[in-house]
Design a protein around this ligand. Structure first.
Ligand SMILES: NC(=O)CC[C@H](N)C(=O)O
Length: 374
């Protein structure tokens, strides 16, 4: 039996639809993502913590869900909004349907709403705080809950979603013939900060010969240096980068010791903050798998995967930080490299998952930096 569900926005707009996930109330910032594939990777990406994601692609759930596609140990998105869920999934890899998967994880989700109208509203007015309610409905309560959500600005979520203890990671990519994750010979010792790390990043490091130790967000530089890493990786993650003072302090230490350092998304913003730049909150951010970004060194345009609501303010970068990439959608900063240390970072997602692989060679640049460091 279908249960009713609503989406309420802080501006008082209420959308009515049907529940396709767990019953209950969930609040967060409502953002739209334009990727056509990868709903499970999106829902398990820790960077979506406290965000309710609406997917602009209209048919979501077609290929079901499989544990192999999880980007983290749990679903992190605060909720899901879609136009249409198929009656049954169809894929040889599918273990459960998307609604079953959402229900089992307690994720509130709504279908049958006009996601084009919602997306235009978010694009015109900017990302809004919202509340999803499924099962027992009370629109007034939902609007009130949406208004009570304090917003992501100033929110340090990296330390909330991070692991509690360090662990090793050696899995490479999934080999569909053997249905196993490959393993490569490890040549480099890499410490990866988990600010909300996606598994595909760890896989891409492992397949390039990195013996990765994943450490909690608040691990001190001294504890990392004691592991004698060839390089340090700064992961993606949710929330505002600015309050993550523990990470910013640690990164300063790696930079001053000229340890090869590579950051993605939140990691990029944190490297920017560590060298003295400022970050800002964007109107509705970048969430999708088709964003053109120019590599300023080569003039090449890459189609990239994106998921961020904050950005490095280019005008505040110090002289020792070179701009390497820029968004061709809005001219915002997409990458930096330090001129006096082997540290660089990218705002989008070179690991994709979901998305095109145009930026994957940045992982090789990190390997080269570790080679030259030896
Ligand atoms: N994917 C990420 O790492 C996102 C970084 C940050 N939370 C932002 O919204 O900009």
């Amino acid at each position: 039996m279908t249960q009713p569900a609503i989406l309420a926005l802080e501006d008082g707009t209420v959308f009515e639809g049907v529940s396709v996930g767990a019953p209950g109330l969930s609040v967060g910032e409502v953002v739209f993502n334009t990727a056509m594939t990868g709903y499970q990777e999106i829902l398990t990406d820790p960077s979506y913590a406290r965000q309710i994601v609406t997917l602009t692609y209209p048919h979501i759930g077609n290929t079901g869900c499989t544990g192999q596609d999880d980007e983290a140990a749990q679903a992190w998105a605060a909720g899901l909004i879609v136009r249409d869920v198929p009656r049954r999934p169809s894929s040889w890899r599918s273990q459960v349907s998307l609604p079953e998967w959402l229900l089992a994880r307690g994720i509130v989700a709504i279908a049958d709403i006009d996601t084009r109208k919602l997306t235009r509203l978010l694009r015109d007015r900017g990302a809004q705080n919202g509340a999803l309610m499924a099962g027992e409905i009370d629109a007034e309560k939902a609007v009130e809950a949406a208004r009570k959500f304090p917003g992501l600005k100033g929110m340090d979520l990296a330390k909330e979603v991070s692991v509690r203890a360090a662990y090793p990671w050696r899995d490479g990519q999934l080999d569909l013939d053997s249905n196993r994750f490959a393993r490569a010979e490890a040549k480099y010792k890499v410490v990866a900060y988990d600010f909300g790390v996606k598994r595909n990043i760890l896989r891409m490091l492992a397949e390039r010969g990195c013996d990765v130790t994943v450490v909690p967000a608040q691990t001190s530089a001294a504890d990392v240096l004691a592991l004698k890493p060839d390089g340090v990786f700064l992961s993606n993650g949710p929330g505002d980068p600015e309050p993550c003072d523990y990470a910013i302090a640690a990164i300063r230490e790696f930079v001053s010791r000229k340890i090869p350092t590579y950051g993605i998304c939140l990691g990029h913003q944190l490297l920017g903050l560590a060298v003295g730049a400022k970050t800002l909150k964007m109107k509705f951010g970048h969430h999708g798998a088709n964003h053109p970004v120019i590599d300023l060194d080569t003039g090449r345009v890459m189609i990239t995967s994106q998921n961020h609501g904050f950005a490095v303010d280019e005008s505040t970068l110090p002289a020792n930080a070179r701009v390497t990439h820029r968004s061709l959608f809005d001219g915002s900063n997409q990458g930096i490299a330090l001129t006096d240390a082997p540290a660089f970072s990218f705002q989008g997602h070179p690991e994709a998952s979901p998305g095109p692989h145009d930026v994957a060679p940045l992982f090789d640049r990190f390997i080269q930096a570790m080679d030259s460091g030896r």
